[in-house]
Design a protein around this ligand. Structure first.
Ligand SMILES: [Zn+2]
Length: 318
């Protein structure tokens, strides 16, 4: 094997150790047969130097040197046995971490690849011939994103990740005034959030004055528990949406009360018709609704919006 081949296979770190290096293609996969020189080794249990070779274990290690082709190191991993205590043990493996089947080189490549914001876990998995879960595990283990210090006003909100992910929603902490992300948490579950905030010093939590949130009950409970000094503000978008939903429910309930059928206690089909047809009146600013006479064909009449509202709000209050 020439030095060039060793470089192409990104094994230059192990150049002096290599005893055997062969490559072959097997159904489109590049197989790299690799064995290192025997090394002086002592028994890890009794520290005896009298040890004997036991056998080879052929360990398959994903070693993605190219994005076009899957490549695997078939590592001839030596097993030794201590002549004194009979313990069987492996020689040191510098290519991959213990119990893992992915080379350290591949891991470093994946982490470098993920530095680009446009790259996703999925595309990393495809490029490096590993599962998405493997990419996520590597990322979680080696990348510990530093959070920003908590500001005076925090916005807490969820983002939808995926239907198939273990957690459907992630949780974003946002600096309301500074317009910057503070941290991104993998879930919005109450227990996770409590654990997360309990790791932040109390002095830092205490200086948070306002937490802006949607109406998710867990957020409220977490803030009461972890930041008892902070005020809770429901953000206007979520508040308006909820108010609209309440009004809609009342309107539909009222509408159904007047639906034309004999079992209804009161029935006036015209009320039903009016509430249904002009439903948008309840979603708009009063000023934005047409200020002239509105034609109501079914009644063969023209009504001003003020008459509509006095009539129907009263109806809805009953
Ligand atoms: Zn021993």
């Amino acid at each position: 094997m020439t030095y060039d081949t060793i470089n192409i296979l990104h094994l230059e770190r192990f150049r002096d150790k290599i005893q055997l290096l062969e490559t072959r293609l097997d159904k489109g996969t590049l197989i790299i047969e690799l064995r290192f020189h025997k090394q002086e080794i002592i028994c890890p249990v009794c520290h005896n130097m009298h040890i004997k070779f036991h056998s080879y274990q052929y360990k398959k290690i994903i070693h993605s040197i190219s994005t076009h082709q899957k490549s695997i190191i078939r590592f001839h991993h030596r097993k030794y046995q201590c002549k004194q205590c009979h313990k069987i043990f492996y020689e040191h493996n510098p290519i991959s971490d213990i119990y893992e089947n992915i080379s350290l080189y591949t891991k470093t490549s994946i982490l470098n690849y993920l530095k680009d914001y446009n790259h996703t876990f999925t595309s990393a998995a495809i490029h490096y011939y590993v599962s998405i879960q493997t990419v996520i595990n590597i990322f979680d283990r080696y990348v510990e994103a530093k959070r920003r210090k908590l500001p005076i006003v925090i916005n807490i909100d969820e983002v939808f990740i995926s239907r198939t992910h273990a957690y459907k929603y992630a949780c974003v902490l946002f600096d309301f005034k500074g317009r910057k992300m503070i941290d991104l948490l993998p879930t919005r579950h109450k227990h996770y959030l409590i654990k997360y905030f309990s790791r932040i010093p109390k002095s830092e939590l205490d200086q948070v004055e306002v937490v802006v949130m949607d109406m998710w009950t867990s957020y409220k409970e977490v803030v009461h528990l972890c930041m008892p000094k902070a005020k809770i503000a429901v953000d206007s978008f979520h508040l308006i949406r909820t108010l609209n939903e309440i009004i809609k429910r009342i309107r539909i309930d009222t509408m159904n009360k007047y639906k034309q059928h004999k079992s209804a206690p009161v029935h006036d089909d015209m009320y039903y018709y009016m509430l249904k047809k002009f439903h948008y009146f309840f979603l708009k600013n009063y000023e934005d609704i047409y200020d002239g006479k509105i034609h109501i064909r079914k009644m063969q009449a023209y009504w001003h919006k003020s008459i509509y509202f006095t009539t129907f709000f009263q109806l809805m209050m009953i």
